[in-house]
Design a protein around this ligand. Sequence first.
Ligand code: URA
Length: 488
Amino acid sequence: MSIAGRSADQPVRITLAAADDFDGWRDAARDLIEAGTAPERVVWIVEGGVGDLFGGDAPRPPAAPSFSVLRQFVDLAKAVVCHSDPERFGLLYAMLWKLQGNRKAMEDRADPLLDRLERLAKEVRRDAHKMHAFVRFREVEEEDNKTRFVAWFEPEHHIVRREAGFFVRRFANMRWSILTPELSIHWNGTTLTEGPGATKADAPGGDPLEETWKTYYASVFNPARLKVKAMTKEMPKKYWRNMPESALIAPLIAGARAREVEMIDRSAAEAGMAGALEAERRIEPGGNLRAAWEGLLAEARQCTRCDLYKCGTQTVFGEGPLDAAILFVGEQPGDQEDLAGRPFIGPAGQLFDASLQQAGIDRSQTYVTNAVKHFKFEARGKRRIHSKPDAGEIEACRWWQEQERALIKPPLTVALGATAARSLTGKTVTISRAREAPLTLVDGSECWVTVHPSFLLRIPEEDRKAAERARFVEDLRRIKARADELTA
Ligand code: URA
């Protein structure tokens, strides 16, 4: 900060070091008050900013405050300084000047100056809130093979330095950078550094971490509070393009009715009102959950999230009790499942049933579904030959699997094969490595990974087939034992 123009008839030019230079403003304001400089004489300039036309300013003399400033005003000033309004420093100084004559000026609700300052502070806090909520990190690998999380964000005001502490506390153990047009901030786990502004092109485009955000967003989405107009106001479209979960907004709105019923059911149960509600609605116990599931099913039947709906006969949704302790996820329906509209009833399903029986699992007590709900095939004459779903199709359909799991909340989910494991974890999973010990899903529940029954059917050598089958049954036994433990 520097001050120029000290004679009584000259304007006093204050040059601040940065657009959010609160310390510089405070020191200059103190000096100006001490010198009895009226607000209308002061010109506030930010170094390097468009107003910085005067150059050659004198260095600032040390501040010697002989007056105290209300805490309330300091808090207001700290926020207002970060606003992009070019008049902010002058407005603050005018308020400080006013406070010298009237200590109660901060209580005057009718004062237009105070009102304007409070509005500016509110806008800054709002922008900060958006930054907390909408910054999305993408994972990048640095030269030293370490991971850095990089986010691009466009604040409306000069809030990046002010909010850096929030991200340091929140992501203390990560290496991260937040790039904005004005400046970039970088955290290496111990030190926060600043760099120049960046462009969106400097930030990476997208990566698997986004799946975590999407899952998180889907799980915190409260359908009963869905107000589309308010939502677009709170989450301006400007931010949507940087946010992976914005892809979820339309389907979340679509699934909201079903989830709302489920929520009402849950809160009624928590409040001990379940009996009254059930009687009123003349439904069997768990009926609301069932209604929610049926709502979901009805929506899934209309699904056009990927092109596979054009391919098969129908959506093959999951089936089974909604209080199941084990939820099995397969790959996609086969030829017979597509025709019947039920999962795992063809050859792979028969092998699955037999293996479950050997492991002592009653299929009718489990929920069975698929990662992809439509049959993907290639037509060869009259035959329809199974074709593997691609990553985009798995991703598009993942939504339904997540909704099924959100309703059922199984303590244990089983991925049958790599497609299911990918759908559940959002990552490529190597079955041989993931087998035998559980993975933790984003909701904290256990996911056990094993082979898909079709894999067993495809093994040509009988002895190997028998060995792999025995191993599959062994996995299922382990899964049963664990489910028993979790539900005991
Ligand atoms: N394979 C699957 O993954 N699911 C089915 O429903 C049938 C075969």
